[in-house]
Write a protein that binds this ligand. Sequence first.
Ligand code: C2E
Ligand code: MG
Ligand code: MG
Length: 419
Amino acid sequence: MRSLNTGLLAAREFDQYRVMVLEDNELQRAVLVAALRSMGVGYIAEASSGDDAIALLAGDGQGFDTILCDLQMEDSHAMDGIEFIREAREYRIGSLILVSALDEDLFACAEMLAYGYGLPLIGRLSKPLNMQKLREMLVINPRRRVGGGDAKYSGTSSPTWTRNDLKQALRRGEFRAHFQPKVSLITGKFAGVEALARWHHPEEGILLPSHFIALMESDDMIEELTEQLYRQLLISIKDWSSQGLQVRVAFNASSLTLQDVLIPNRLRAIADEHRVNTGLLTVELTESAIAQKFHGLLESLTRLRMHGFGVSLDDFGTGYASLQQLCNMPVTEVKIDRSFVASAAQRPRTGLVMEAMIALAKKLDLKIVAEGIENAGDAEFLRAAGCDIGQGFHYSRAMPADLLAPWIAAYDGMSHKVI
Ligand code: C2E
Ligand code: MG
Ligand code: MG
């Protein structure tokens, strides 16, 4: 392990950058270091094993803007890149680039590990190395090192919320339903929305469900949230209807909420109160919490169907019980998880699994929705695989209710639509 300063090199672009190269092969390490020096990287640290790299991170109060991490090590006793990924999550790293001669599938698994551990992975470099690509990657830096201080990376800078904060927010009505459009992949037309919870925090701005759903699910608050948002979406349906728009709305309910057999009648009664036809409503069953009372959940879903609601299996393909739920639950729709959509076009194996899921759902005569469509390539792949409906940032993010009508007018009005 050694460090060197290349401060006086010509290019200024990277002269403040601190990069670590973790590579056990001396020659390849020298090639990488030379390339980084020629780009004008200000500080380069070298590590020949994961242990060296961790020692550098632990001993270096300033952190690194980028770590180039070789995955395989010849010495089987040394900490390899995979193990390093596990250990490195404790430290402050601006970005991580994986380097390997591994085949596509193994590379993708290593990427998934890095994402799973919350590391700021920005890409991979196959050997032999493409230096232009390396330069492009150095510029991307999701967590730019903020000089000096404690080397530990906390993972999130946002405050954590207590039960009390959430209870107060519920009382004050700070949770709002936002709506993300869905689009028919066949006709390219608007096909409905998913209601998603947003916390309009008076100081922090709009917060996503990752800040509050899990805590609410561990408490009785989730039922209250579901009901508040449900009432809001019914009012929105009425508003849209008065503007001549019939909008189908899917809303999320955890299996914990739905194991209570009294919920379906309550949802039905509130829909009746608002004079909204339940045929416009679909419950998306989220699997984040597994129901302890399976029979209660089954009874609720059956009753919801009898009341005219659709039932969708959310995040399909991820939960361990997905296929079993497909056999046992009265579902009308599956919602393919965005983790499949994100990699299907690049990874043949994921693509095949997704095609099989779509074929299975079709055989069962279920509607198929794919979430997480981020580009035209994803949309085309899904359309060709037989998926009916798409949702994702490619079309729109979730928006407040009053923005939906103008969005639909603009979207459906486009003459040469790219789905
Ligand atoms: P979900 O039901 O699977 O909702 C889809 C999530 O994917 C949403 O995240 C949405 O913003 C995000 N998304 C949509 N398109 C894209 C895309 O193209 N790329 C990426 N990267 N993401 C996309 P959000 O709003 O953060 O919600 C996360 C989860 O929180 C939801 O996942 C759902 O499980 C839960 N949730 C949201 N609202 C509620 C609620 O009212 N009740 C309950 N029980 N759970 C909710
Ligand atoms: Mg959902
Ligand atoms: Mg989902």
